[in-house]
Every structure is written in structure tokens, then in C-alpha cells.
Design a protein around this ligand. Structure first.
Ligand SMILES: Cc1cc2nc3c(=O)[nH]c(=O)nc-3n(C[C@H](O)[C@H](O)[C@H](O)COP(=O)(O)OP(=O)(O)OC[C@H]3O[C@@H](n4cnc5c(N)ncnc54)[C@H](O)[C@@H]3O)c2cc1C
Length: 390
């Protein structure tokens, strides 16, 4: 492995990635594959944050109308890169990522839903994405357990999914296989520029230590501005809470089912995930009766067979969210410090393109056109909340 900055110190590396979620691990894997010496610093364990809670839909279709065009383009770019990304992670780690390509089936319950699906279908086709309207009968031919009350559907074959827990495990293994040092139970507390390099202060169960790096990638998810002091101004990262119910029992569906209230995700091991709430509750990670009730009720409406399944888990995650719901993928005004964070509801889907473009940028020192709209700078043109991170 080469050192691009000609470092000689044993504690000095090319890139320190702060955060071992899907974004940090994907970027670390790609950077190491391109010859960089990389260390991932993870305060808890890899996948501790939103990444292993996430449903894992790779589905740019779902909110295409309200999503800015630049973000839809990045989602489609990522979807195109996904099969290769998965193949590389699986080859390096020897582990499955639980990638499935059956597609999404939108289920309509009444006239309102029907008009919404007509609309969604038209937008999908206009943007060159796949979509096929179905009658209630056609819907049940594909998925026989869908409620007899469902009146129609929309099949989006280009939507895919991954099992996020498997993905994170495989990414961790893949990173180590290409030489990344993954330091778990180690928090980064400070990042400071000092001369030509960046100094990181670290805290692990044995005490404090330091690390020097030529470049630092901040991929700390919703904790980007919590417990980590950097030279950057705070721009208002916030958590958006999401609850997911895990069920297990007789397999009922192969496709992801969804409508405007719920999505139902089948996993290969027979699990069914019902998601997800979207709540402004700060850093609260408690599952609630109300959240669970809503998810079960909406899911029962379109897939009554869930009634007999076992509830195996109530899971909660925090979506890392900036005020415009767009990620930051790019440099900052502190030389050598980059950000890949704020992927909100799309971090799993955007992992492949984030890793690709971050690596391009960190190797070339140029910001590629594809990620220009996701600059950190866009927040600096607005009034800032407060100077100094922490
Ligand atoms: C209920 C739910 C459903 C979702 N469904 C989908 C979906 O279907 N498809 C999709 O694309 N996306 C989905 N998402 C969104 C997706 O989960 C996130 O966008 C993505 O996981 C963000 O990844 P990340 O690596 O940026 O953050 P995280 O996974 O939160 O990782 C950040 C990591 O940084 C570590 N860390 C923080 N601070 C420090 C520090 N100072 N030092 C060291 N380590 C630190 C944390 O411990 C954590 O492990 C969903 C999210 C939720 C909550």
C-alpha cells in the first residue's frame, strides 16, 4: 500500500475515516482499493448507527417527484453502480450482502391511491425509469397474499434491496481484506490542522491517543456535530427518528410492498420488516406503542397474513439529516477535511456512488460534476448557527 503524502511516521496515514456506518466503510473500502492507507475510527461498533436499522431499499422510484433532480441523478448513478459494488464487497469479504432484485410492488387500496399510482407511473416513465400499472387481479397473481381489497398496483422492477446488517458485516470484512484498519470502540474527539497534516485525538477504553492523517473524511452520520470538535462551523445536522418492526414466520411475499403509509420488506431468512416512522424526537432511540401500532395497522391493511407472524424486534434508527434533506459529499474549507454525511433516507442507496465520487475527489483534488450540488459550501452562504463544532 502506498502513502500519497510520503509519510514516514508509524502513526501517520493517508486517510482517517471517522464513522464506521455504511458511508464511512464504503468510502474506506474504495479508497484502500485505490492504494490509500486508511483507518476507520468507530466509537461503538461498525453499523452502530442508522446503517443496520435501515430497510435497505435501493429505490429511487419512491419519492421521485419531491426529490431534487440532482439527487435523483445521484440515486440512479448509485443504482447503476450497485451490482458491481456488491460483487466487489462480496468477493473481498467472502460474505453475502443479501442483495435482491425482485423490485417494488406499490399497492393501492382505493381511488386516491389509484390516482397517486397513475401519477407516480407517469413520472417514473418520463424520467426513464421502469414502471408498469397492474390491476388488483394482476397484483395478486404476482403476490397472492396481498389483501383481496387491494384495487391495483404498480410494479417497479428496477428497484432493488440489500440486507443492511449483512451489508455492514460484509463491508467491515471487505475493508479489512484490502488493508483498512478498522478501530472499533474508539471515538474521535478532535480534528485539528497542524502544518501539512491533520491531527486526530482519539479516545478508547484504554485511554487517549493521537493519529496523524493527510486527509480526514467525516462520516459520523447524525453525530457529525456531536462530541467531535473540528475547525468547521456547525450547519445544523439533525436526527430524524425511524422505527421498524421485525416479524418472522411463514414467508408471505417476494417483492417489497409499499404505499404512501408503509413499506414491507421480505428478507431471505424469512424476516419481514415493516417501516418506517418518521419523527422529530431528537436523539431518542425508544420504540413506542404508537409507532408500532401504526406500522402493524398499515401493513395489516395490505398484507393481512402478518397477523399470525411473530414480532421478533422493534428497531429504531436516526437518519442523519441536513435542513434541505440533501447529503454533503465533498471538501470543506479546511484543507484535507472532507464530509460524506447527511444521507437522510437514502444512505444505503447512495453508498455506491458516495464511495466512488469521494474517492475520485480525494485522489484528484477536483470536485466531480456529479457531486457539486452536494457541497458543504451551500450552507456557508446562509447565516450560520454557531461557530465551532462539538
Ligand atoms: C428506519 C430507517 C429506515 C431506512 N431505510 C433506508 C432505506 O431503505 N434505504 C436507504 O437508502 N436508506 C435508508 N435509511 C437511511 C440510512 O440508514 C442512512 O442514510 C445511512 O445509514 C447513513 O449512514 P452513515 O454511515 O452516514 O451513518 P451511520 O450509519 O449512523 O454511521 C455513523 C457512525 O459514526 C459513528 N460515529 C459517530 N461519531 C463518531 C466519532 N466522533 N468517532 C467515531 N465514530 C463516530 C457512529 O457510532 C456510527 O456507527 C433508513 C434509515 C432509518 C433510520
Amino acid at each position: 500500500m502506498t502513502s500519497s503524502a510520503g509519510a514516514t511516521d508509524a502513526q501517520s496515514i493517508d486517510v482517517a475515516v471517522i464513522g464506521g456506518g455504511v458511508i464511512g466503510l464504503s468510502c474506506a473500502f474504495e479508497l484502500a482499493r485505490q492504494g490509500k492507507s486508511v483507518t476507520v475510527i468507530e466509537r461503538e461498533q461498525t453499523g452502530f448507527g442508522a446503517s443496520t436499522v435501515a430497510a435497505g431499499m435501493l429505490a429511487p422510484s419512491s419519492e421521485v417527484e419531491i426529490t431534487p433532480r440532482s439527487l435523483v441523478e445521484l440515486q440512479l448513478d448509485s443504482l447503476r453502480r450497485y451490482p458491481r459494488f456488491i460483487a466487489e464487497v462480496e468477493a473481498a469479504s467472502g460474505l453475502s450482502c443479501g442483495y435482491r432484485d425482485e423490485g417494488t410492488l406499490w399497492v393501492s387500496r382505493h381511488r386516491d391511491d389509484e390516482l397517486e399510482l397513475d401519477h407516480l407511473c407517469a413520472i417514473q416513465l418520463e424520467r426513464g425509469m421502469s414502471a408498469r400499472r397492474l390491476s388488483g387481479r394482476e397484483l395478486r397473481q404476482i403476490e397472492p397474499y396481498v389483501s383481496p381489497r387491494a384495487v391495483g398496483g404498480l410494479l417497479v422492477e428496477t428497484d432493488h434491496q440489500v440486507d443492511t446488517r449483512k451489508l455492514v458485516r460484509a463491508l467491515h470484512g471487505a475493508c479489512e481484506a484490502v488493508g483498512v484498519e478498522v478501530r472499533i470502540h474508539t471515538g474521535a474527539t478532535t480534528v485539528e490542522r497542524s502544518g501539512g497534516r491533520l491531527d486526530l485525538a482519539l479516545q478508547d477504553p484504554l485511554g487517549e491517543s493521537t493519529l496523524q492523517a493527510a486527509q480526514v473524511l467525516l462520516a459520523a452520520g447524525v453525530w457529525l456535530e456531536q462530541g467531535l470538535v473540528t475547525p468547521l462551523p456547525r450547519v445544523g445536522m439533525r436526527p430524524v427518528k425511524g422505527q421498524i418492526v421485525h416479524l418472522k414466520g411463514q414467508p408471505l411475499v417476494d417483492h417489497v410492498l409499499r404505499n404512501s403509509d408503509i413499506y414491507i420488506i421480505p428478507r431471505a431468512d424469512g424476516e419481514l420488516l415493516l417501516g418506517a416512522t418518521e419523527e422529530e424526537q431528537g436523539f431518542d432511540l425508544n420504540p413506542t406503542a404508537g409507532g408500532t401500532l401504526d406500522l402493524l395497522r398499515y401493513a395489516f391493511e395490505i398484507l393481512p397474513g402478518i397477523y399470525d407472524l411473530n414480532v421478533t424486534e422493534l428497531d429504531v434508527g436516526l437518519r442523519p439529516t441536513f435542513s434541505d434533506h440533501m447529503p454533503v459529499i465533498g471538501p470543506t474549507d479546511t484543507e484535507g477535511v472532507f464530509i460524506a454525511a447527511g444521507h437522510y433516507r437514502h444512505g444505503i442507496m447512495l453508498a455506491a456512488s458516495t464511495a466512488y465520487w469521494i474517492t475520485e475527489m480525494m485522489l484528484s483534488a477536483q470536485v466531480p460534476n456529479a457531486i457539486e450540488p452536494f457541497s458543504f459550501e451551500r450552507f456557508l452562504q446562509q447565516p450560520q448557527r454557531q461557530d465551532g463544532s462539538g
